[in-house]
Design a protein around this ligand. Structure first.
Ligand SMILES: [Fe+2]
Ligand SMILES: [Fe+2]
Length: 502
C-alpha cells in the first residue's frame, strides 16, 4: 500500500502545478471569479453523492476495510448540498439566468461540459473497475481525496477573501469544507498496513492514476470554462443548434429484427422479454393515463409526470455513449451496437424541445439551483438515478456485444408501452393546440443522422451460451423492475400533483 500512497503524494504535487491554480491565485483575477467555475464542476460535484451512495458503499460490509470505506462515504455524500449553498450565495442563479431547460442543456448537451459527462459515467462504473475489492477501492478513493484537497486548498483562500469583503461564508468552497477534506480517507490507518503485490498492486496503481488523469482533465475543462465564460462575462447559453428537418420523414429507427430468426439458444430471452413487456403494459400508471377522466387534459397529464423523467432521458445519451458504445469496434456485432447507440444518443435533443413546448420552464419556474436540486437531490429522482447506476454497471461489466445488445433491447422495449401512451396524449395535444411534441409523440427517428443508420439490427440469430443467457436475463429483469418502480413514481407524482400543474 506504501506504493499507492507514494503515487498519491506524487500526483498531489503534480496537480498542484496545474495552470488553473495559477489563474485562481493571480492578483489579476478578481475575487470571486475563480469560484464562479461551479457550473463546470456541477456534473462531478452533484453526481459525487451518487458515487458515494451507490458505487463506493458496500451494502453489506463484510469486514473492517469495507466498513471503513462505508463510513467515509456517508460524510462525502452530504457535500453536494453545500455546493448548492455556495451556488446561491455567489449569485450564480442571477449571473447565469438559466431556466430549467438551460440547466438541463448545460448538464447533458453543451459541448463545454462533454468531458465531465464522460467522466461521470466512469465514476458510476468504478465498482466494476475495482471489482469491489476494498484495497483497490481505497486506492481510488484516497487519490480522489488527495486531489480534491489540492483544489480546496486553493479555493478556500479565495473564499476567505470573499468572506472578508462581503461577510458571506461559503460552506463548500470555504474553510468549512476544506476541514472535512483532509486529503486522506479517515480509514487510512486500517489500509496502510495492508499488503498489495503483483497484479493487484499494478491494478491499484493503474486505477489510482486513472483518477489523476480524470482530475487533471477536469481542471483543464474548468480552465477552458473560466477563459471562455468567466473572463468574458458571458455565461454559457444554449445557442441555436442545427434545425432538425421535421418535414422530412426521417429514417425508420433501428429496431432489433422483428420477424427475423431467433436462435433456439435465445428463445428463452425472447420469451422473458415478451412476458415482462406484457406485464409492463398492464401497469396502473398506464391505466391512469387512459382513464384519468375529463378533469385532467392530455396536456396537463403530460405536464404532471414528464419532469420525473428528465435525468433518464437526458442521461440516456451518456449511458449509451460512454458505457455501451465500443471505442474500438472489432466485429460486426460491435458495429451493430455502435450504430444503434449513435441513433439513441440523438433523442434527448427532442426531449428538451418537448420540455419547452410543454411550457415546463414557466410552469415550474425553476432557476439553475432549483433544477440541480431536483435533478440530484429530490428523493424520487434518487430512484431514477440509482437505476441509471445499475444500467451503467450492467453495460460496463459486460463487454460481450450480445449481452449489451440485450441490455439495449430491454431498455428500448421497456420504453415501448411508455411511448405508446405518451403518443396518444401527444396526438391529442397536437390536435388541440399549436404545440409540437416529437419526443413524446414517438417520432425519435427525425433526430437520427442519416448516414449512420443501417436498416436492420440482427443479433438474435446468433447462438448464446448459458452464461451469456443468464446475464441477459438479469438485464431484462433489472430493466423492467426499474421501469415498474419508476412508473409507480410517475403515478404518485401525477396523482399527488407534485409539480402543481393547473
Ligand atoms: Fe467533499
Ligand atoms: Fe471528500
Amino acid at each position: 500500500m506504501e506504493n499507492v500512497l507514494k503515487l498519491v503524494a506524487k500526483r498531489q504535487e503534480d496537480l498542484d502545478r496545474h495552470p488553473l491554480f495559477e489563474w485562481m491565485n493571480s492578483a489579476e483575477t478578481p475575487v470571486p471569479d475563480p469560484l464562479l467555475i461551479m457550473p463546470a464542476m456541477a456534473t462531478f460535484s452533484m453526481g459525487f453523492r451518487d458515487v458515494n451512495k451507490w458505487v463506493f458503499r458496500y451494502p453489506k460490509a463484510a469486514n473492517d476495510l469495507e466498513r471503513g470505506i462505508n463510513i467515509h462515504s456517508f460524510e462525502d455524500q452530504t457535500h453536494s448540498r453545500l455546493f448548492l449553498e455556495d451556488w446561491k450565495l455567489l449569485g450564480l442563479n442571477e449571473k447565469l439566468d438559466w431556466k430549467a431547460s438551460d440547466t438541463l442543456w448545460w448538464l447533458f448537451l453543451s459541448e463545454a461540459n462533454e468531458v465531465a459527462r464522460g467522466h461521470g459515467v466512469y465514476f458510476l462504473s468504478m465498482a466494476i473497475a475495482d471489482t469491489k475489492d476494498p484495497l483497490l477501492r481505497f486506492a481510488q478513493s484516497e487519490m480522489m481525496e488527495a486531489l480534491g484537497s489540492v483544489f480546496f486548498k486553493h479555493a478556500s483562500k479565495i473564499a476567505i477573501g470573499f468572506t472578508e469583503r462581503t461577510g458571506i461564508e461559503l460552506p463548500y468552497m470555504g474553510p468549512f469544507h476544506l476541514a472535512l477534506e483532509s486529503g486522506h480517507m479517515d480509514c487510512e490507518d486500517l489500509f496502510v498496513e495492508q499488503k498489495l503485490d503483483g497484479e493487484r498492486l499494478a491494478q491499484a496503481l493503474k486505477l489510482a492514476d486513472t483518477i489523476y488523469e480524470i482530475f487533471s482533465d477536469q481542471l483543464d475543462m474548468w480552465m477552458i470554462y473560466a477563459e471562455k465564460y468567466i473572463s468574458t462575462g458571458n455565461p454559457p447559453r444554449p445557442g441555436l443548434r442545427p434545425m432538425i428537418n421535421r418535414a422530412a420523414a426521417g429514417l425508420p429507427g433501428l429496431r432489433p429484427g422483428t420477424g427475423g430468426v431467433v436462435h433456439a439458444s435465445q428463445e428463452p430471452l425472447q420469451k422473458l422479454l415478451t412476458e415482462r413487456r406484457k406485464r409492463s403494459e398492464a401497469h396502473p400508471f398506464y391505466s391512469w393515463l387512459e382513464n384519468r377522466g375529463d378533469r385532467i387534459t392530455a396536456l396537463q397529464a403530460l405536464r404532471r409526470f414528464i419532469p420525473m423523467w428528465a435525468m433518464d432521458v437526458m442521461g440516456y445519451r451518456d449511458l449509451n455513449r460512454y458505457a455501451i458504445r465500443y471505442p474500438a469496434p472489432s466485429s460486426d456485432l460491435h458495429r451493430t451496437v455502435n450504430a444503434w447507440v449513435d441513433d439513441l444518443s440523438t433523442h434527448n435533443t427532442l426531449f428538451l424541445d418537448d420540455w419547452k413546448q410543454l411550457g415546463l420552464d414557466e410552469i415550474l419556474g425553476w432557476n439553475s439551483s432549483d433544477t440541480l436540486e431536483f435533478c440530484y437531490l429530490d428523493p424520487q429522482t434518487d430512484v431514477h438515478r440509482r437505476n441509471i447506476v445499475r444500467f451503467t454497471e450492467l453495460a460496463a461489466g459486460n463487454e460481450d456485444p450480445l449481452s449489451r445488445l440485450w441490455l439495449m433491447h430491454a431498455l428500448e422495449t421497456s420504453g415501448e408501452p411508455f411511448f405508446r401512451h405518451t403518443k396518444a396524449l401527444a396526438d391529442e395535444v397536437e390536435a388541440n393546440t399549436d404545440l409540437r411534441l416529437d419526443y413524446l409523440g414517438d417520432r425519435h427517428e427525425i433526430a437520427h443522422q442519416p448516414s449512420v443508420s443501417p436498416l436492420a439490427l440482427e443479433f438474435k440469430d446468433r447462438p448464446m451460451d448459458a452464461a451469456g443467457r443468464e446475464i441477459a436475463a438479469e438485464m431484462i429483469e433489472t430493466v423492467f423492475d426499474a421501469a415498474d418502480e419508476q412508473l409507480e413514481i410517475s403515478l404518485d407524482v401525477a396523482l399527488s400533483n407534485k409539480f402543481g400543474i393547473r
